[in-house]
Design a binder for this molecule. Sequence first.
Ligand SMILES: [Zn+2]
Length: 302
Amino acid sequence: MRRLPIILSFALFATATLAQDRDFSKVEVKAAKVNGNVYMLTGSGGNIGVSVGDDGIVIVDDQFAPLAPKIREALKGITDKPIKFILNTHFHGDHTGGNEIFGRDGTIIAQTNVRKRLASGSTIAGRETPPAAKSALPVITFDESLSVHVNGEEIKAIHYPHGHTDGDAVIYFTKSNVVHMGDDYFNGTFPFVDVQSGGSVKGLIANVDKVLTTLPDGVKIIPGHGPLGDKPSLEGYRDMLKGTWAVVADAIKNGKTLDQMKQEKTLAAFEHYASDFVTLDRWTETVYNEVSKEVKPETQGP
Ligand SMILES: [Zn+2]
């Protein structure tokens, strides 16, 4: 009997947390001009990139379905033109949740694996997502790259394999000099790497390195999460990824276990990247799980 209130309060807490997660009534969707034809929308979930011009609107990612009216309202503040194309940087629900609404207005375009994962449903970090509605599925898919020629520029989607997931695309607004990196870039925090969906830390580092070689100076970078970035901020992120990899590799060579690394805060120098979502411990574990496949403790024998 005495345990009941504890269980109850836990259940209430869990419900409250869930309800809070799902309550979008207080979310504000705000638009800010980035460069050229391109704007960035922030609200809840992944940042949205927007191209506006005579041909209509192209949006890159669309957050959550309940936010669709607020996203529309924010777009109305920029232009009266209709939505023509929706590009998805990857399949996660905080980037594709609005597909089922906006897919009725425009054509959804994504990398092949995005469609596969949306169509089949998936488990992300232990949470199950059911198969997406038909209107949420990409109509046009590509394996490597695809271009949309609208609003006076080439909007180029390029697939970068096995980074955040196995279906990531980086979107280049070539004339506006803006890039949307999707979740291959968390600006200012440790990233979530969806290993279960084909993501990898090593692949992520390779992707960011490669993207950096393609970026012109002065480029503005819309990250999947976090504030607008630029080339120096992306370089800093790349250095953090490589830095944490190197520190964990050294610790493994010195015989440290994952538990010891957590206890001793092996990655303390990078603690300012920790968030509620990806804590220092979680990032240590993500990196450890991968590095430990390649790096082994150096045996100290005679
Ligand atoms: Zn994601």
